[in-house]
Ligand binder design. Structure first.
Ligand SMILES: *Cc1c(COP(=O)(O)O)cnc(C)c1O
Length: 397
């Protein structure tokens, strides 16, 4: 009965809002941070390198460079690869706006390629159609945590002087075959925001196997200065040089202590995310009102997000109403993402591009992200399922 829905005056499934994502911080993490606070180095100390080494090892990458945010990581990555004014960078529209803002930071022009309808990952055919003599980079986004098909993308960018990059902010702990996200592209960015797999409060990482790019990343995060504070201290030297324009995108040692302590729990946490996703798959997969995203054979999904499409032909109301109803039930659902070129800034910059990527635009009208984080309990999962069932019972047609 429609009146059962909390939004129509019924009793909500739960009174305390279940968030779509939440960090887990334990006593071990806190101790690791306190140890650094009591040490000599709060920033640019040995804790940064220590974290970088364990992160690189986790991904199987030669280099990991830690910075102040995932957004700084994207900016530093593009700048360190020499992407600049006049260049075109191919991006998907279905991503957090930072993936695209980074191209604008370096003066490049974002060009939107559409996503594949089954996975909502960058569609290689659409990328091929967007290539121009000005294309210098493709930023593939591992949407929801499923790695993109980098082999297919590589076959398009090969021999073109185009860097194949990954915004892997959703996909730490994912991979393809025996290779991890972090080595599937020429360089990969990660975020350490609390909603992501591991956190530093704020923070980001770039991984690459290219030592020249890694060196430039280290300069870029420190004003473009080519020798860091520690090296100078060791040499007892006051001399430094700015080789290129950089920023202060440094991360602190105590943030790295938190992220490093969290990294030890990554496998366990990704395992828990997979188990929650499997429960959703099992219980929602058979419902004709919904469609689930497809996982591809041979890939390991890190499940930053669990995204469901509510079929518009199966409901008497639109997605906005379904979203409000789920929130009213105490389920902290979200929408990932508003197509980037819908934002006023991008309309001003590039003109109105509505209609450019029909698959992404259609998905945007239908998607809802369900809560998924390692600390979710079985009864939290049941609450999410109960709320969805109430919506279907009230408004399914
Ligand atoms: C979180 C996120 C970012 C930005 O990371 P911050 O650490 O918040 O700056 C970039 N891209 C994607 C896809 C993200 O999910």
């Amino acid at each position: 009965m429609a009146s059962d829905l909390a939004i129509l005056g019924g009793t909500p499934v739960r009174t305390e809002m279940l968030p779509y994502g939440r960090q887990a911080v334990d006593g071990e993490d806190i101790e690791a941070v306190v140890r650094v606070l009591e040490s000599d180095w709060l920033t640019t100390g040995p804790g940064v390198e220590e974290f970088e080494e364990s992160f690189a090892q986790k991904c199987g990458a030669t280099h990991a460079v830690a910075v102040s945010s995932g957004t700084a990581a994207l900016h530093a990555m593009l700048a360190s690869l020499g992407i600049r004014k006049g260049d075109e960078v191919i991006v998907p529209p279905l991503t957090f706006v930072a993936s695209v803002n980074a191209a604008v930071y370096v003066g490049a022009t974002p060009v939107f390629a559409d996503v594949d309808s089954e996975s909502l990952l960058l569609d290689p055919e659409s990328v091929a159609a967007c290539l121009s003599p000005k294309t210098r980079a493709v930023i593939a986004v591992d949407y929801a945590g499923h790695p993109c098909d980098y082999e297919a993308l590589r076959s398009i960018t090969d021999g073109q002087d185009v860097s194949l990059l990954s915004d892997g902010c959703h996909a730490l702990g994912g991979g393809q075959g025996d290779r991890s996200v972090g080595v599937l592209a020429d360089a990969t960015t990660f975020s350490l925001h609390p909603v992501k797999h591991i956190t530093a409060g704020e923070g980001g990482v770039v991984t690459t196997n290219d030592h020249i790019v890694a060196e430039r990343l280290r300069w870029f995060r420190n004003h473009g200065i080519t020798s860091d504070h520690q090296t100078r201290a060791a040499r007892g030297s006051w001399f430094y040089e700015v080789e290129q324009l950089g920023f202060n995108y440094r991360i602190t040692d105590f943030q790295c202590a938190l992220a490093g302590s969290q990294l030890k729990k990554l496998d366990q946490w990704v395992g828990r995310r997979k188990a929650i996703a499997a429960a959703y798959d099992l219980r929602l997969g058979g419902l004709k009102e919904l469609s689930l995203l497809k996982s591809r054979e041979g890939f390991s999904h890190a499940y930053h997000l669990y995204v469901v499409r509510f079929r518009p032909d199966a409901f008497s109301v639109d997605r906005a109403r379904i979203f409000e109803a789920l929130r009213a039930e105490g389920i902290g659902v979200n929408v990932h993402y508003i197509p980037v070129y819908y934002h006023p800034f991008y309309k001003n910059l590039l003109g109105d591009q509505k209609g450019l990527c029909p698959v992404a635009e259609e998905a945007y009208e239908q998607v809802i992200s369900l809560p998924i984080f390692p600390g979710m309990t079985e009864s939290d999962i049941e609450d999410v399922l109960a709320a969805i069932k109430k919506v279907i019972a009230a408004w399914g047609i």
